[in-house]
Write a protein of this length. Structure first.
Length: 482
C-alpha cells in the first residue's frame, strides 16, 4: 500500500449524504486502522458558514445516535482529524483556500518518504459536479514532486437519460482521466454482491448449469417497506427506474449474467460487464408494469399530477448464446409489504418427473443481499418418514449463523477504502454507464411523455397485481415462502 499523507475532502460536508454515509464510513475505517492519524486529514467543504467544531458536533451527533459500540473512545480522536472550510462551489476563492489548507496539512506531515494523495468525495447534487470538478482541477490538484494522486468520487444520479449523462461524462472527462474518476454504485459494495463472481466461478456446481439450458428465469428484486420519506422532490424527478433499476439492479444483473473475466482485474471485469449490457435487447412495452403507490402525491413536494413510478417490473432479455430466451426480471418498489433485496435464479423443471415434484415448485438458487444476508437453494427431498413422499426444503447458508463473529462492512466503507487503494473493480466505468442508459432511455422517455402510466397500488402491498401476472407469463413459478 502507498504511504504518505492522505487528504480526504468531503464536498457537501454539511449535507445528508455526508452525515449519514460518508463520515460514518470514514469513522469505521478509522476505527479499524485503515486511516492512520500520522497520515490522514479530513476536510469538510460546503457553503454553510460553520466552524470546525460545528461540523464535528454534527458528525458526533449522528454517530452517537447511530450508536455502534466502542464509539466513545475513538470518536474524539477521529473528530480531531476533521477541519472545515467554507466556500461556494464555483468560486476560485473558496477552492484556493481549501488548497491552502490541504497543502499546509501535507507540509505538516512527513511526506519525504511518500507521496501526497488527495481524495475528493463529491457528496453533492450532480448539477454542481461540473463547476466543482473545474475548481478542483484549477486549484486543488496534488502538486507533490514525490508522486501521489488526485481522485474524485461521484455518485448517481449521473444524468437523467443517455444524452444528459453523456454530457455530464464529457464535462468531467475533460477535466479528469478515467482512472481518477470513481463512480459509486453502493450496491457493488454489498457483501453478497461482491460474492457473486466467487459463487459463479469458484464452484464447480454452477459452471455447467449457468445457462439457458438449465435456468428458466432470473429475478432481481428490490423492495422497501417505506415510501420516499421527505425525498419526494428528488424522487419525483427520477422515479424508481432511475433511482434503483438502471443502476443498482442492472449492476447486479451484470454480475449474474456476464461471461468470465479473463483475470480478476478491474478492466477485465468491467469489459465483461459492458459486453453483457450491450447484448440487452430493447425493452418491450408489454414486458413492463409500472406502479405508483397511493398517497405518493400527498407529499407537498410531489405534483398532484405526477406520473412518476414508485414501482416497476421490467423484463430484460440478453441476446447471446448463454441467455437467449431467459427472462431477467428486474423488480423494484417503494412502500411495499417488506424490505428485501434478493436474486432468485429459477431452474427449469426436471424432465421425466417420476416424483411429481413439480407440485412443490422448482429448484431455486437464492442470494439474499439484505436484510440478513443468506445464500440458499430450494430443492426437493424425501419427506422424512415411512412414506415415499417428497417435500421442498432448503440448503441454507445464513450468514448470521455461519459467520457469527464476522463483521460485514458497510458498502460505503468498502468502496471508500477501494478509492484510497486505487481499485476500480467495484466502480462504474464510463462506457458501462453509457450502455446502462442506452437500455432504459427509450422507456424513460415514454414515461416522461406520459405515454405509459403507472398503476396505483396500496402501500404495504405487493405492488400492482399486473406485475405478478407478468412474472407468471415470463415463466416464474412461485415457490413456497422461506
Ligand atoms: C439509494 C436510493 O441509491 O438506495 C434510495 O436512492 C434507496 O431510494 C437506497 O432507498 C437503498 O439502499 P439500501 O442499501 O438501503 O438498499
Amino acid at each position: 500500500p502507498e504511504t504518505g499523507c492522505l487528504s480526504i475532502i468531503v464536498l457537501g460536508a454539511s449535507g445528508d449524504l455526508a452525515k449519514k454515509k460518508t463520515f460514518p464510513a470514514l469513522f469505521n475505517l478509522y476505527r479499524q486502522g485503515f486511516l492512520q492519524e500520522s497520515e490522514v486529514h479530513i476536510f469538510g467543504y460546503a457553503r454553510t458558514q460553520i466552524s470546525d467544531d460545528d461540523l464535528r458536533k454534527r458528525i458526533r451527533g449522528y454517530l452517537e445516535k447511530d450508536g455502534s459500540s466502542g464509539i466513545s473512545e475513538d470518536l474524539p480522536k477521529f473528530l480531531n482529524l476533521i477541519k472545515y472550510v467554507s466556500g461556494s462551489y464555483d468560486s476560485e476563492e473558496g477552492f484556493q483556500l481549501l488548497d491552502k489548507e490541504i497543502s499546509e496539512h501535507e507540509v505538516s506531515k512527513n511526506t519525504a518518504e511518500g507521496s501526497s494523495r488527495r481524495l475528493f468525495y463529491l457528496a453533492l447534487p450532480p448539477s454542481v459536479y461540473p463547476p466543482v470538478c473545474r475548481m478542483i482541477r484549477q486549484c486543488c490538484m496534488n502538486k507533490s514532486d514525490l508522486g501521489g494522486w488526485t481522485r474524485i468520487v461521484v455518485e448517481k444520479p449521473f444524468g437523467k437519460d443517455l444524452e444528459s449523462s453523456e454530457k455530464l461524462s464529457s464535462q468531467i472527462g475533460e477535466l479528469f482521466e478515467e482512472p481518477q474518476i470513481y463512480r459509486i454504485d453502493h450496491y457493488l459494495g454489498k457483501e453478497l454482491v461482491q460474492n457473486m463472481l466467487v459463487l459463479r466461478y469458484a464452484n464447480r456446481f454452477f459452471l455447467p448449469l449457468w445457462n439457458r439450458d438449465n435456468i428458466d428465469n432470473v429475478q432481481i428484486v428490490f423492495r422497501e417497506d417505506f415510501g420516499t420519506e421527505g425525498r419526494g422532490g428528488y424522487f419525483d424527478e427520477y422515479g424508481i427506474i432511475r433511482d434503483i433499476i438502471q443502476n443498482h439492479l442492472l449492476q447486479v444483473l451484470c454480475l449474474v449474467a456476464m461471461e468470465k473475466p479473463i483475470l480478476l482485474k478491474p478492466e477485465h471485469i468491467r469489459d465483461a460487464k459492458v459486453k453483457v449490457l450491450q447484448s440487452v435487447l430493447p425493452i418491450k412495452d408489454e414486458e413492463v408494469v409500472l406502479g405508483q403507490h397511493e398517497g405518493y402525491r400527498d407529499d407537498p413536494t410531489v405534483p398532484d399530477t405526477s406520473n412518476t413510478p414508485t414501482f416497476a417490473t421490467i423484463i430484460l432479455r440478453i441476446h447471446n448464446e448463454r441467455w437467449e430466451g431467459v427472462p431477467f426480471i428486474l423488480k423494484a418498489g417503494k412502500a411495499l409489504n417488506s424490505r428485501k433485496a434478493e436474486i432468485r435464479v429459477q431452474f427449469k423443471d426436471v424432465p421425466g418427473d417420476i416424483f411429481k415434484c413439480k407440485k412443490h415448485g422448482r429448484n431455486e438458487f437464492v442470494i439474499r443481499l439484505q436484510p440478513s444476508e443468506a445464500i440458499y437453494m430450494k430443492l426437493t427431498v424425501k419427506q422424512p418418514g415411512l412414506e415415499m413422499s417428497t417435500v421442498q426444503s432448503e440448503l441454507d447458508l445464513s450468514y448470521r449463523q455461519r459467520y457469527q463473529d464476522a463483521v460485514i462492512p458497510e458498502a460505503y466503507e468498502r468502496l471508500i477504502l477501494d478509492t484510497i487503494r486505487g481499485d476500480q473493480q467495484h466502480f462504474v466505468r464510463r462506457d458501462e454507464l453509457k450502455a446502462a442508459w442506452e437500455i432504459f432511455t427509450p422507456l424513460l422517455h415514454r414515461i416522461d411523455n406520459g405515454e405509459m402510466k403507472p398503476i396505483p397500488y396500496k402501500p404495504g402491498s405487493r405492488g400492482p397485481a399486473e406485475a405478478d401476472q407478468l412474472l407468471e407469463s415470463a415463466g416464474y413459478v412461485q415457490t413456497h415462502g422461506y
